[in-house]
Design a protein around this ligand. Structure first.
Ligand SMILES: Nc1ncnc2c1ncn2[C@@H]1O[C@H](COP(=O)(O)OP(=O)(O)OP(=O)(O)O)[C@@H](O)[C@H]1O
Ligand SMILES: [Mg+2]
Length: 251
């Protein structure tokens, strides 16, 4: 199987409220998988289960199974810090740390105790190259990340994820704070990154899902209504509810 992540029968409760209902998902390796659906349907919740970010929310209860390369990520012996390196996350609003560009990229390394300057320099260069920032920023690595324009901040957040050598990158509406030109650059970057990484993106922008994703899952009220190759989901959906959504009649 070419699945990086397999989700089976996933139920998630916030207290008594059930946000995910028996959700299945196959995330193919080195492909872009898009989660689409109206506000509140559980897209971010599902995304956050993939690196156990929901563990931080009090009152969350989960049933079902999530396998990363065949291993249960909710197993008792799973190292959650290691998991979050293997499955990195980029958020809706760029959230660089109030540190220099360099220190943002090396943050994960330094937390892991890697203090060798040469190793750090190499990671900074490779990660910034990977996020298409090296040429613009290589001469200003000590500048504060907070001074960068939004699109560069978002790509710096991508670089920070790349620095710890993830397998999977989760992106929750990564372009929603960006203008159309910056959005186009992130989309191009994602197409480049998928040659080396597996990507799962939540997006409200159906054109974006249609443009860049290989697989799409349409969610509604905690259900995975339809999942499959993006071309099929958008041009010949099997479920009437998907049809209504992708044709703009709903949501
Ligand atoms: N921490 C929380 N505690 C309680 N309920 C929550 C929590 N987070 C989300 N929910 C609820 O779970 C449901 C799914 O929310 P989620 O944020 O996953 O939806 P979404 O599809 O990402 O929506 P949006 O498109 O608006 O980002 C919603 O009804 C939401 O109110
Ligand atoms: Mg969301």
């Amino acid at each position: 199987m070419d699945c990086a992540i397999t989700v089976r029968d996933l139920d998630l409760y916030y207290g008594t409220f059930q946000a995910l209902k028996k959700v299945p998902l196959d995330v193919m390796r080195h492909r872009i998988t898009a989660l689409i659906g109206p506000s509140g349907c559980g897209k971010s919740t599902l995304l956050r289960t993939l690196n156990r970010m929901n563990d931080l929310v009090p009152g969350v209860r989960i049933q079902g199974q999530i396998l990363l390369e065949g291993r249960d990520i909710y197993a008792a012996d799973m190292d959650v810090c290691a998991l979050r390196k293997r499955v990195g996350m980029v958020f809706q609003r760029p959230n660089p740390f109030p540190l220099s560009i360099r220190d943002n990229v090396t943050f994960g390394l330094r937390v892991a105790g890697q203090t060798d300057r040469d190793v750090q320099d190499e990671v900074v260069e490779q990660s910034l190259k990977g996020a298409w920032l090296w040429d613009q920023l290589k001469d200003q690595l000590n500048r504060s990340a907070l001074e960068l324009p939004m699109d560069q901040q978002q790509r710096l957040c991508v670089a920070r994820v790349l620095a710890v050598e993830p397998e999977v990158i989760l992106m929750d509406e990564p372009c929603s704070a960006l203008d159309p030109i910056a959005t186009a650059r992130i989309e191009e970057l994602m197409l480049d990154l998928k040659t080396r990484y597996t990507i799962v993106i939540v997006t409200h922008n159906m054109q974006q899902a249609a443009r860049i994703s290989d697989y799409s899952g349409y969610m509604l009220l905690g259900d995975m209504v339809e999942f499959g190759a993006t071309s099929g989901v958008f041009t010949s959906p099997k479920d009437k509810r998907t049809q209504d959504y992708v044709s703009g009649r709903y949501g």
